[in-house]
Design a protein around this ligand. Structure first.
Ligand code: NDP
Length: 295
């Protein structure tokens, strides 16, 4: 079994990004600038946004964090997104999900200018991705593709079983893995909560990508020996041995699945770090494209 090490791969990609930012600035480009919107004070969202802002600093990007109370109206939030769309100093906009129930995530994402959609969630980004046109790829699937690329895992002809069909992970992942690219060229099966006999399907998988949101849901008896395991899940479970009383686990039962897999991502220090790389690469691309557009 080989660990697909998010610390190692993201470290390598971050060095590349840092160098690219330096070269870009040396040629007259300005620092990429990411604006992050956080609504309310969900602790997980706070942690994710905090990490993204910290990474901006580390990579030589500017960042602006806009925080709003959870009772903000949808119209006000959309107005703020439009203000950022019209601000030429901002290259990328991310809205940390989930939003409070009274605000439509779709409406807010749709309001982001496609040229600043660095999370890759806008319908234009997703449509272009579907058609194989250059676009901002959704950050997590993009990060997973970067991980597979780093380890030179040739997925052509593999049976890839993706569990979960969310718009931000599972669905775009099925598109990317089935494209005529490398990584890609896999035969993809998408599973969800209505899938019957999930275990029969996962047992035929050469690669399993789990994006379910259920702790340790993929167990060893669901995995073919030698399969590649990509665990997207981030779930907090109780753990009395930890100071905090809890710890993070993935959607895969790592301890029992790792010994029979060929490659596996840990949680934490796996896909989560790659998601940040996807976001940062998109933000740098947005900055470069803005210069082309604005001059
Ligand atoms: P969603 O809740 O939006 O989607 C979960 C998907 O899992 C749904 O499609 C659902 O099916 C499916 N599902 C739920 N239960 C089962 C089941 N018993 N059998 C088969 N399929 C099932 O979650 P996300 O895609 O947003 O996130 C998934 C996980 O990944 C979460 O733990 C999240 O925290 C994590 N995550 C991690 C990221 C990272 O950077 N590492 C980034 C984004 C998310 P149905 O559609 O039928 O309801």
């Amino acid at each position: 079994m080989q660990l697909l090490d998010g610390v190692l791969v993201s470290g390598h990609i971050k060095e590349q990004i840092k160098q690219e930012v330096k070269d870009w600035q040396a040629n007259g480009g300005k620092k990429p600038h990411l604006a992050a919107i956080l609504v309310g004070n969900n602790p997980a969202s706070e942690a994710y946004v905090g990490s993204k802002v910290k990474h901006c600093d580390e990579l030589g990007f500017d960042s602006t964090l806009l925080r709003f109370e959870s009772d903000i109206t949808e119209a006000y939030l959309i107005g703020e997104v439009e203000r950022l769309n019209n601000d030429d100093t901002i290259d990328g906009i991310l809205v940390q999900l989930p939003l409070p129930k009274h605000i439509s995530g779709d409406a807010v994402i749709n309001a982001i200018s496609p040229g600043k959609d660095v999370d890759g969630f806008h319908p234009i980004s997703l449509g272009k991705m579907l058609l194989g046109q250059p676009s901002f790829l959704p950050a997590t699937p993009y990060g997973i593709m970067l991980m597979l690329e780093y380890y030179k895992i040739n997925t052509a002809g593999m049976h890839c079983v993706i569990i979960g069909r969310s718009n931000i992970v599972g669905t775009p992942m099925t598109i990317l893995m089935s494209r005529n690219t490398n990584p890609g060229n896999a035969t993809v099966t998408m599973c969800h909560s209505h899938t019957k006999n999930l275990r029969d399907i996962t047992l035929t998988a050469d690669i399993i990508i789990a994006a379910i949101g259920r702790p340790k849901y993929v167990t060893a008896d669901m995995v073919k020996p030698g399969a590649i395991i990509i665990d997207v899940g981030i779930n907090r479970i109780d753990d009395a041995t930890k100071k905090s009383g809890s710890r993070l686990v993935g959607d895969v039962d790592f301890d029992n699945v790792a010994p029979i897999s060929s490659y596996i991502t840990p949680v934490p220090k796996g896909v989560g770090l790659m998601t940040i790389c996807g976001l940062m690469k998109n933000t740098l691309l947005a900055a470069k494209q803005a210069k082309e557009l604005i001059g």
